[in-house]
Write a protein that binds this ligand. Structure first.
Ligand SMILES: [Zn+2]
Length: 444
């Protein structure tokens, strides 16, 4: 039995239904869950002094393409719009293989962990040169983050009028077959699962209508979730109207892509009707504010979504379009961006942090994560509020206004993945060195 006592936390933001905050409380983590919360708790296990720490649930990242950490800040793509950005990067990604997938995933996962993330999804939709979803799942297991891998796919290449080069697309039969393989091999439906698998065609413009429909049927058959990109920008809406004769929300609904087991990335351009559809069907949204700013896509109507009852989480999106994987900064950006369009009272620091924790857990169907309560998984981020970032703050729990964007300690399933600001589970120096070598090789 492994046990850790977190003692005398300066404050705990529980993210429970009432938004309770606990001053000076202790917590015992035992066998992967939060076993006790109270004062003057006693334990035989390791003791972590949290007297200068704000404790939050581990942050939840609902959208990423980890492999893209190898193509950050590529000069030709730095200032391009979405479709041009993709066309610049596809030929580089076509040279990836298993090692590129694994090292880039470790890099992105480590950056997420250092920014407080304990649970992340990933959307891998290209498999060149023998790369497999397994490469990224193994990376997540090595570093010890809770991981929702999604088996992405593209089937419409340039010769069929699509954007990606033919070398990066697969046949739809092969996509479905491999999706079944990875679900059967890795998906764990149980509470406390460290790995789950979802089905995730890249976007409505990179696969056929048939594959969208078949993917939904497969996911329902296997009891796994569905994920894709939707309504990202004006070009996306125009494409949908021209090719499908309807808006993206309608297209999604027609093909079985709404429901509590579905979440869509971006949704920057959802209209009022689509927001109501997502709310009534309990469809989730991964809001990616930095990516939306970076690619000039627009400001997602997140305030309207939340008010309508849509489940919203946050995503850093791929590191080629962010270019960071810092989820804490992403939450700050979400707060700021809503204020740009709706005024200073559009989203508070606590509300944005709630999206980054409880909101994301709900989007990913993880009711065992995203909040601090007895019986929930022991996924915790401890933020040092005694340093320069918080100095002079009158409300150190308003972390997104003034506070650190890197954790001091991070626990996943009760295991310490970050201690005193350093990743404990992998040799990060070696990963960074290898990552830079691979990036240099790709740039040649
Ligand atoms: Zn994306």
């Amino acid at each position: 039995m492994s046990e850790i006592l977190i003692r005398n936390a300066w404050n705990i933001l529980t993210m429970d239904d009432a938004g309770s905050e606990l001053d000076g409380a202790d917590m015992i983590l035992r066998d992967g869950i939060i076993a006790e919360i109270g004062s003057d708790l006693v334990s035989e296990g390791e003791v972590v002094d949290a007297s200068r720490c704000l404790v939050t649930p581990g942050l939840v990242n609902t959208h990423h393409h980890l492999y893209q950490t190898l193509t950050r800040a590529v000069p030709g793509a730095q200032d391009a719009l979405l479709f041009g950005w993709l066309q610049t990067l596809y030929p580089i990604w076509a040279r990836f293989g298993p090692e590129e997938m694994r090292i880039s995933a470790l890099t992105g996962l480590a950056e997420l962990a250092l920014s407080g993330c304990t649970l992340t999804s990933d959307h891998l939709y290209l498999y060149p040169n023998g790369a497999r979803l397994d490469d990224t799942i193994e990376a997540a297991q090595d570093i010890g983050l809770r991981f929702h891998a999604t088996r992405g796919a593209m089937s419409i290449g340039q010769s069929d009028g699509g954007l990606p080069p033919d070398a990066l697309v697969e046949t739809e039969a092969a996509i479905l077959e491999d999706s079944i393989r990875v679900i059967d091999r890795f998906h764990d439906p149980r509470e406390g699962a460290m790995v789950r698998v979802g089905v995730a065609p890249c976007s409505p413009f990179s696969v056929s209508r048939e594959l969208m429909r078949d993917a939904a049927l497969l996911a329902r058959d296997k009891g796994v979730m569905l994920h894709t990109h939707l309504a990202e920008n004006d070009e996306d809406i125009a494409y949908s109207l021209e090719k499908f004769g309807c808006r993206p929300g309608q297209y999604a609904e027609d093909l079985g892509w709404t429901g509590p087991d579905v979440w869509h990335a971006h949704c920057v351009k959802l209209d009022g009707q689509e927001i109501d559809l997502f709310a009534s069907s309990r469809t989730g949204v991964a809001h990616c504010p930095c990516s939306n700013c970076r690619l000039g896509s627009g400001i997602a109507p997140v305030r309207e979504m939340i008010d309508a009852g849509v489940k919203v989480g946050l995503g850093v999106d791929g590191s080629a379009s962010n270019d960071s994987s810092n989820l804490m900064l992403e939450a700050r950006q979400a707060m700021l961006l809503q204020r740009v369009s709706r005024g200073a009272d559009a989203m508070s620091a606590r509300a944005a942090l709630r999206l980054a924790t409880r909101g994301g857990a709900e989007v990913l169907g993880r009711h065992d994560c995203g909040q601090i309560a007895v019986g929930k998984r022991a996924d915790l981020a401890l933020w040092d509020i005694g340093g320069i970032d918080s100095a002079g703050s009158w409300d150190r729990s308003a972390l997104l206004l003034a506070g650190p964007s890197r954790v001091r300690h991070l626990f996943v399933e009760g295991r310490q993945v970050v201690r005193d600001g350093r990743v404990t589970t992998i040799d990060l120096g070696r990963v960074i060195a290898r990552q830079n070598t691979l990036a240099e090789r790709l740039a040649m």
